[in-house]
Design a protein. Structure first.
Length: 158
């Protein structure tokens, strides 16, 4: 099986009335990250624990010869841990010049989202989720919580 599952086009362009996002599922909830913030997507990989790291740091991955810190988004979002041996996926992003792997349950698809369906964070959204969300999109039958790498990684500086 190839190392990279989904090559991400860095030159994808959205008009001012739309945003392109890669969707991902975490504990049954749909999240999105702007396509321009994603480097690569991978299947489950062997992870090495990092002693004394914050709880959100799941470990380190070797991706094409580079050591990449893996951030478990379930832990980051205050959700239950995945079962031992349960498969996951990895979304590689860059943050402040370093590569990080966001550990998620499943990758979805690239969506072009209409600005007319975007809303600011609902007041009922969990405070931790509100911290990482830039807003929400109402899709048919579900809510897409839009995030940014900056918001997801800000715990590293608190």
């Amino acid at each position: 099986m190839p190392d990279a599952l989904v090559p991400v086009k860095q030159n994808a362009v959205a008009t001012t009335d739309t945003t392109q996002a890669i969707t991902m599922t975490i504990f049954g909830q749909l999240f999105g990250v702007p396509t321009q913030e994603v480097q690569d997507v991978h299947n489950s990989m062997t992870m090495t624990r990092v002693p004394l790291a914050p709880p959100e740091v799941a470990g380190a991955l070797n991706i094409r010869g580079k050591i990449v810190t893996a951030i478990d988004l379930r832990t980051r979002l205050g959700l239950p841990a995945r079962e031992p041996g349960e498969k996951y996926m990895s979304v590689v992003v860059e943050y402040q010049g370093d590569l990080y792997s966001l550990i998620i349950d499943n990758i979805g698809e690239v969506l072009t989202l209409d600005a007319g369906t975007f809303e600011k964070n609902p007041s009922t959204l969990d405070p931790v989720w509100r911290e990482v969300a830039t807003g929400v999109y109402r899709l048919e039958g579900q809510l897409l919580i839009m995030t940014s790498v900056q918001n997801l990684m800000n715990f590293l500086h608190t």
